[in-house]
Design a protein around this ligand. Structure first.
Ligand code: SF4
Length: 258
């Protein structure tokens, strides 16, 4: 089985298609995966690999490791566009997410004031006050919505536990008053005998309605780029992503394709 992508708390810098030169902050264990989704396409592998033994890094350790890295990069005059919370799971599951955001923005201001701070979140924690508070402070609050139909989310993203509903998540996203970016992974394929396709007319229409409700700063459309843990997934090619993006744009939605 494919296992965790990142073996440290601070990783990179790496070149990201969507974000530029990005230094990663992995708030989940460096030797396991912890997420409130278990997406078929997750680059960090399935949750079944387990959480590992190292645990979630404490706030102070994240700040110390990040400062070490930023100091080193500055001394070598390395470029940096963005510091990105991502990694082996859902960053907002960190018990002190809001405090970590404060540390990261303070260190960004000190070492790379021109860089942005981005969070890639699956938007399952938008009922938790300290998470929302943290997300409000970052430059790019990037929230996942792969489908606006519950059954499809259950097949593609596989929320852990019960209680996920698109309606709740859309409500959660609305509280940012447009200060969020919605990210949607387009894909097709098959898994466990179920057909997967979030590019159908029904899916697109449901997404249009959700995007209009949320009114995000931007929608980011993308598709599979690396090996995925579920093997029978098919990438939606860029030309088709552009075609889908045009359908959204005709509805007045701002869309970027990457
Ligand atoms: S939300 Fe992100 S980290 Fe979690 S399973 Fe999905 S792709 Fe992986």
């Amino acid at each position: 089985m494919q296992t965790v992508l990142f073996t440290s708390t601070i990783f990179g810098p790496i070149h990201s298609r969507r974000l530029g030169t990005s230094l990663g902050v992995n708030l989940m264990p460096a030797d396991g995966k912890v997420c409130s989704f278990d997406c078929l396409y997750c680059e960090a592998g399935f949750n079944a690999q387990g959480p590992g033994t190292k645990g979630i890094p404490p706030r102070e350790e994240v700040a110390r490791l990040l400062e070490e890295k930023l100091r080193e990069m500055r001394a070598e005059d390395m470029p940096l566009d963005v510091i990105t919370f991502s990694g082996n799971g859902e960053p907002t599951l960190h018990p002190d997410f809001n405090g970590v955001v404060d540390d990261v923005t303070r260190l960004r201001d000190r070492y790379y004031p021109e860089a942005k701070v981005s969070v890639l979140s699956n938007a399952t924690r938008l009922r938790t006050g300290q998470v929302v508070e943290g997300l409000r402070k970052v430059d790019n609050n990037i929230l996942k919505l792969d489908s606006a139909i519950d059954d499809t989310v259950n097949v593609i993203d596989r929320p852990v536990g019960k209680g996920y509903s698109v309606a709740d998540v859309v409500e959660g996203m609305k509280q940012f008053d447009g200060q969020c970016i919605v990210q949607t992974m387009m894909l097709r394929g098959e898994h466990d005998g179920k057909t997967i396709d979030n590019t159908t007319d029904e899916e697109i229409e449901a997404l249009i309605k959700a995007y209009k409700d949320i009114n995000p700063r931007e929608v980011m459309l993308y598709s599979i780029d690396r090996k995925t843990p579920a093997e029978q997934l098919v990438k939606v090619e860029r030309e088709e992503l552009e075609y889908i993006a045009e359908r959204f744009r005709r509805e007045g939605i701002r869309v970027a394709v990457s």
